[in-house]
Design a protein. Structure first.
Length: 379
């Protein structure tokens, strides 16, 4: 039940795996004739772009094989694929993101920026649909399409309705008590499962739907930390009586509200820290590069994409340097667009990264970093 690595969903070990790497971020939508024609041409288009960047034949073949459309997914949807040593290492669908033209790269390290941006401040959350005879608990991620894992609690439906199945076998009050006890045991089992998955994945939200009585029982039996994350929906999709689209919209609304609150709190925290006597945050491109070089950046926050900058990627610490810098120690792998080098340095220094809307950072800054210790103490 491991959660995805980092707030960007990027596994830092990928940057430590020797290249070359090939990556592609492409439109995977279907639904129109034009989309189908583009999907048919996509493998050849991506293969041609990789060949122009001197990718190896095994890497091109692996990438070509992965370039298939997202069947059954609503548009827009994009696909991110990373290939190394002739093997597909990552293949992920990103729902709700439209890619106008294929973004294809071949480099010494993977260009994971499109995937990191799409993931944003992704977090795991649970959706539990419960009934008196059991329930399903689904682990999902806020910026990744589909269900990551599903867990099921299934008990005997006849036992849950024993009072009606065998009339007269027990006195009515005794029969009702037995039925209520079955429901309570089912709810207790589901609650224990929700607690376990929420704890192990560090879920940020728990959405409960289903039978009203069962939902109330499960909520009452959750551990206090899990109950604090829980919201309930007055929908019972397990019986087929609810509109699945309406349920999904409600879930998405709760996820969006939590993401918006995260961004608001992050903006306030940066503003407060930048203006502190001993600043705990820095603003601007050069200061963020400095913080990463010192291993001092805890979270890098990007509001503008920094495409007009380039940086040197280094073989070892401090992992990045400005163009024309007098390098001592680690040699330079080469010069790349700043977003790629910044993301690699974030991963290599065990920091995290957040991509936020323009205007979120103080003074209209395009990039900032929260620090592990106040800047004044580093002098």
């Amino acid at each position: 039940m491991a959660n995805r690595a980092g707030s960007s969903g990027i596994d830092a070990t990928l940057f430590r795996q020797e290249g070359p790497w090939c990556t592609a971020f492409v439109d995977a939508s279907l639904g129109t004739t034009a989309a189908q024609e583009a999907a048919d041409a996509l493998p050849d288009t991506v293969a041609r772009l990789l060949k122009s960047q001197q990718a190896s034949a095994p890497d091109i073949d692996a990438m070509r094989a992965a370039m298939h459309p997202a069947e059954g997914r609503p548009s827009p949807v994009s696909r991110f694929v990373a290939v190394c040593d002739g093997q597909v290492v990552l293949d992920e669908l990103v729902q709700g993101v439209k890619t106008e033209a294929p973004q294809v790269d071949c480099s010494e390290f993977p260009n994971l920026v499109p995937l990191a941006r799409a993931h944003g401040g992704q977090f795991p959350y649970l959706v539990a649909e419960v009934g008196r005879d059991g329930g399903e608990v689904r682990l999902r991620h806020s910026a990744v399409a589909g269900v990551a894992e599903e867990y099921r609690v299934a008990n005997d439906r006849d036992d849950a309705h024993h009072a009606r199945r065998v009339p007269g076998r027990y006195e009515e009050s005794k029969n009702q008590h037995q039925t209520a006890e079955v429901w309570r045991r089912n709810a207790d089992e589901i609650a224990r499962l929700v607690d376990e998955v929420a704890r192990d994945t560090r879920a940020r939200l728990v959405v409960l739907s289903g039978d009203t009585k069962a939902r109330e029982l499960v909520l009452s039996q959750l551990a206090e930390p899990t109950r604090a994350l829980a919201v309930t929906l007055d929908q019972h999709t397990r019986t087929g009586g609810a509109d699945a689209t309406a349920v999904e919209k409600e879930v998405e609304a709760h996820v969006a509200a939590l993401l918006a609150e995260d961004i608001r709190e992050l903006s306030e925290r940066i503003s407060n820290q930048v203006n502190a006597v001993q600043p705990g945050a820095v603003l601007g491109f050069e200061d963020v590069v400095w913080a990463l070089q010192q291993g001092q950046a805890a979270t890098v926050v990007v509001a503008e994409f920094q495409d007009d900058h380039s940086l040197l990627a280094l073989e070892g610490e401090p992992w990045l340097a400005s163009e024309g810098a007098d390098l001592q120690g680690s040699g330079a792998l080469g010069s790349w667009p700043a977003p790629e080098v910044l993301l690699r340095a974030v991963a290599m220094t065990d920091a995290s990264i957040r991509y936020v809307p323009a205007g979120v950072l103080p003074g209209g800054a395009g990039i900032a970093a929260l620090l592990r210790w106040p800047k004044a103490e580093a002098a």
